[in-house]
Design a protein around this ligand. Structure first.
Ligand code: ZN
Length: 330
């Protein structure tokens, strides 16, 4: 009986199905983790799910991506996931974007209560983290590698973001989760990197935890605020309390209120400057440097292109906002 669908959830003191039913959740990537999170949230009756994944289903996905069947091979993940979820629970509405997460309109992210990170590359995660902080939406990060998994809830400007501690073990886990030997596709010319071991049981645990933190946030309960590491071989969960980094280039107060002062040698060219900035700020790929709204080409000499005391804007594809760099000629 339809009215009885959520009966067992209602038995929880803290449950409010009206809140759950009017929530919207953005799920970035519906692979191993995103499939599990989406299925759980749909079953719980979360009002609207927005799915984004440009990838198509391959046979090796079927060992752990719960929403896909043999007949779906070759079809887009977000679209197939949408059909599956609507069959599981016709009460929910599901929107599918068969595209890269960077191509989904920003309004779709802004209209959500929170964002779930079901991505499989470090670079895409950094972009999503940067966006979540920018629009102040909680981000529920999950990562898996073989028998290991991890989860972290980012509440912008309250808990550390993924960029606050880029050297935590998390980085080890932020590799693509497709098994060895599987052919990777190029995503808009971007190489998605090495494939790593993955097993369905670990993605169910981590994706399930992501869905649980999501529904807790929707219900107004306090989300888990540490970094949680799961070792499936020993069956141990370890939580590590992280502090926010005031110098974080995404959520740090120092960065948010001021530009970065950077000494610039007038004799060097833009290419050399980019290399230095890349190292200093831990950027993966500064795409452009602009000065007075003009993109400066790599071969231009810095001294010819800019003036002391003015600002350069450095665009990095892992960030949604450029870095503002104050020019101090050496
Ligand atoms: Zn941060």
């Amino acid at each position: 009986m339809k009215e009885g669908r959520y009966h067992r959830q209602w038995l929880l003191d803290s449950w409010d199905q009206d809140k759950v039913g009017s929530a919207r959740v953005f799920i970035a990537g519906v692979g191993a983790l995103g499939s599990v999170a989406a299925l759980n949230l749909a079953m719980m009756g979360v009002g609207e799910l927005i799915l984004a994944d440009y990838d198509t289903i391959e046979v090796s996905n079927l060992s752990r991506q719960l929403l896909f069947r043999e007949d779906d091979i070759g079809r887009n993940k977000a679209e197939v996931a949408r059909e599956f979820l609507l069959e599981v629970n016709p009460d929910v509405s599901v929107k599918a974007f068969p595209s890269n997460i960077t191509e989904v309109p920003k309004s779709e992210y802004e209209g959500c209560n929170l964002i779930i990170d079901g991505l499989d590359t470090f670079e895409a995660r950094r972009w999503l983290n940067s966006l979540a902080v920018d629009i102040r939406k909680p981000l529920i990060h999950g990562g898996i590698y073989g028998w290991w998994g991890n989860i972290q809830v980012v509440v912008p400007y309250v808990t550390p973001c993924l960029e606050c501690h880029p050297l935590t073990p998390r980085r080890e886990l932020e590799q693509p989760c497709t098994p060895k030997g599987e052919k990777r596709k190029k995503n808009g010319g971007e190489n998605r990197g090495e494939v790593t071991p993955a097993v369905a049981t670990v993605s169910c645990i981590i994706g399930g935890l992501q869905a649980q933190e999501a529904v807790k946030i929707i219900l107004g309960l306090k989300p888990f605020d540490s970094y949680l590491f799961y070792d499936g071989l020993s069956g141990v969960f370890t939580s590590v309390k992280l502090e926010r980094n005031p110098k974080c280039v995404v959520c740090g107060e120092e960065y948010a209120t001021e530009s970065i002062e950077f000494e610039i040698n007038p004799e060097e060219n833009i290419r050399e400057l980019k290399e230095r900035i890349k190292k200093a700020l831990g950027l993966s790929d500064p795409v452009n440097v602009t000065y007075a709204a003009r993109i400066i080409s790599d071969d231009e000499k810095v001294g010819d292109a800019v003036r002391e005391g003015n600002y350069l804007f450095i665009y990095d594809k892992t960030k949604t906002k450029p870095f503002k760099v104050k020019i101090r000629l050496s």
